[in-house]
Design a protein. Structure first.
Length: 340
């Protein structure tokens, strides 16, 4: 018999570290199998049932997983992030779109093979939004899931399209067939704000100025912020992001009114973040030099998002507000990391 598993792609990234650690702490059942182009961090490798090094675009790897395991849930974290995607848009499309399409088809076949739905959890991004100017942005307030879905970045385009692909697989797959096989993929999407992690270094996100400030200060390195001090975005810390993924994955299907959900915890300005970092690291050197191109991208994203649907449908409730995020999670964890 094939062994039941949870499959985590992109497992060696920022979210993967937090997710695998949480699953291991909970004594996850079924077992966790990971897929990443890079070997897992040594601290994670011992926490999973099996580590597979390779690309989500490698059909042979997916065929072997399909043959050996019975996949109950997929956490599809593998992606080329926003900054890198702008430099290599064709590669971004291959990884972010073709990779996701391949995983959705894999989940469909898996669901058909064992006769029940496969839960497919997908992290999307605030990058799917595209507001036209800072004046509109200031007036918009908390933006809902269905407003301003006109992204200006390749990453945002990729994520928005994959949200729609997931909805198609969940609700309309091969709808003209004699026996429409839709419903084998239970697609669930969390549309994340900027994420701040104390455990891993930032890895190419356009909103990474927040964690970059903190890590640089703890390492006693000067940091030049690339956005204006008054730039405001929604954020959350990694423990709340992991909690959101797991809560959504485990929510009863009948409770969900949509396939993609906004989440958020707080929306400080870059100046607010700088002040919080300087309170913890008074000797830190944090200055500003605006990168007009990156600023334009950030200015196309909302100052805040409306997460009413997530709170109502599956009980999303972040543990960390802005003050607690820094005082109880980010600062102590980063200090301990670099003290070692």
């Amino acid at each position: 018999m094939r062994k039941p598993i949870v499959l985590v792609t992109g497992a060696d990234g920022e979210i993967g570290h937090g997710l695998i650690s949480r699953l291991a702490a909970e004594g996850a059942a079924p077992a966790v199998v990971t897929l990443d182009v890079n070997p897992l961090d040594s601290g994670l490798a011992g926490l999973v049932h099996r580590e597979i090094t390779g690309s989500i675009l490698d059909q042979g790897i997916l065929e072997r997983i399909l043959a050996e395991y019975e996949v109950d849930c997929v956490f599809h974290l593998a992606a080329l992030l926003s900054a890198r995607s702008e430099f290599t848009p064709v590669t971004a499309h291959r990884v972010n779109v073709e990779g996701t399409l391949q995983l959705l088809e894999f989940a469909q076949r898996e669901g058909e093979s064992h006769g029940r739905q496969v839960t497919f959890v997908y992290p999307s991004s605030v990058a799917v939004y595209g507001l036209p100017d800072v004046e509109t942005r200031a007036r918009a307030g908390r933006v809902t899931e269905d407003e301003w879905n006109v992204p200006i970045t390749m990453y945002g385009c990729n994520k928005l399209y994959c949200e729609q692909l997931g909805r198609y697989y969940a609700r309309h797959y091969k709808q003209l067939g004699a026996r429409a096989p839709s419903g084998r993929v239970d697609f669930r999407c969390v549309r994340f704000p900027g994420l701040i992690s104390a455990e891993t270094l930032p890895s190419g996100g356009t909103s990474d100025y927040a964690p970059e400030m903190t890590h640089a200060a703890a390492r006693r390195r000067a940091y030049v912020c690339f956005v204006r001090a008054d730039t405001r975005l929604p954020f959350m810390v990694m423990p709340d992001a992991v909690d959101a993924l797991l809560r959504l994955a485990r929510a009863p299907r009948e409770a969900l009114s949509r396939t993609a959900y906004n989440v958020r915890a707080f929306n400080p300005s870059a100046g607010d973040i700088r002040r919080a970092v300087l309170e913890a690291f008074p000797q830190a050197e944090i200055t500003y030099r605006i990168d007009d191109q990156r600023q334009a991208i950030v200015d196309s994203w909302p100052e805040d998002v409306d997460d009413t649907a997530a709170r109502r449908d599956w009980g999303f409730a972040p543990r960390y507000d802005f003050e607690r995020a820094f005082s109880e999670y980010l600062i102590p964890t980063v200090q301990a990391r670099y003290a070692m």
